[in-house]
Design a protein around this ligand. Structure first.
Ligand code: KIV
Length: 272
């Protein structure tokens, strides 16, 4: 299916790291949505979403894995390139999968660079605060824009034994503030705060000049990110996280449409 690139967003305006800084300076909410292919990326851009995360949530939402751990670098690169083709002006972020940046700084630089060189991405995202600082500092030094991600880290689901709110206890909250400040010092262009108490997200947002993007972190962050499949109800009857709001039930609509097609072909009503 051809992807229409006619959008209602100002399509002549390429979103850059400068645009993101201007959003925060003006106190404008920064909108981010995940997308994994050209079609849904074009939908997001047409709806006025300036920043698109090609999340490793693709593992659960489109690749059929039960978490993000199995997602490979090659899968992530292919999906990021598709999103770029569908949304030429959005700020596209490639989400580095598990073990593509943790093994060594050198490997992280080489892998991160592929998102920019081969996919046309504007930035990469990786999970972790202080522990990931040597990697993040090196990426920024060589000119790769980095989006940080702290709080609930889905790539640590096996270590943590599940998904839970982070930063409830005082020591965890203090560690997250230290992480956020370290990410800012390292020069990240945005940071995702996932699954942390609302007051803590508000406090971090007030303490850093870097735009914060929340998911399950309340309304006080500089922007919000949501997973497209949750928003559109793509996984008919499937699990929806507490922090998500379903704005449509496209999964149900699709099943009904396909059922009608099946029935019309069986009855001989289609093709006419
Ligand atoms: O992979 C993803 O979609 C993410 C968001 C939940 C922030 O990392």
């Amino acid at each position: 299916m051809p992807v229409s690139l006619n959008t209602t967003m100002n399509t002549n305006q390429k979103i850059t790291v400068r645009t993101l800084r201007d959003y925060k300076a003006r106190g404008e909410n920064i909108l981010m949505l995940t997308a994994y292919d050209a079609c849904t990326a074009a939908w997001a851009e047409a709806a006025g979403v300036p920043t698109i995360l090609v999340g490793d949530s693709m593992g659960n939402t489109v690749l059929g894995y039960s978490n993000t751990i199995p997602v490979t670098l090659e899968e992530s690169l292919a999906h990021t390139a598709a999103v770029r083709r569908g949304a030429p002006n959005a700020f596209v972020i490639g989400d580095m999968p598990f073990l593509s940046y943790q093994v060594s700084v050198e490997e992280a630089v080489r892998n991160a660079g592929r998102y920019l060189k081969e996919c046309g991405a504007d930035a990469v995202k990786l999970e972790g605060g202080l522990a990931m600082l040597p990697v993040i500092e090196r990426l920024v030094t060589v000119g790769i824009p980095v989006v940080g991600h702290i709080g609930l880290l889905p790539q640590s689901v096996l270590k943590d034994g599940g998904y839970r709110l982070h930063g409830k206890a005082d020591d965890e909250a203090q560690a997250l503030v230290a992480d956020a400040k370290a990410l800012e010092k390292a020069g990240v262009c945005m940071m995702v705060l996932e699954g942390i108490p609302h007051e803590l997200a508000a406090s971090i947002t007030a303490q850093v000049a870097t735009p914060t993007i929340g998911i399950g972190a309340g309304p006080a962050t500089d922007g919000q990110v949501q997973v497209l499949a949750d928003l559109l109800g793509l996984n008919a009857g499937g699990f929806t996280p507490k922090h998500a709001k379903r704005y449509a039930e496209l999964g149900e609509t699709a099943i009904a449409a396909i059922r009608q097609y099946v029935s019309e072909v069986k009855n001989g009503d289609f093709p006419a």
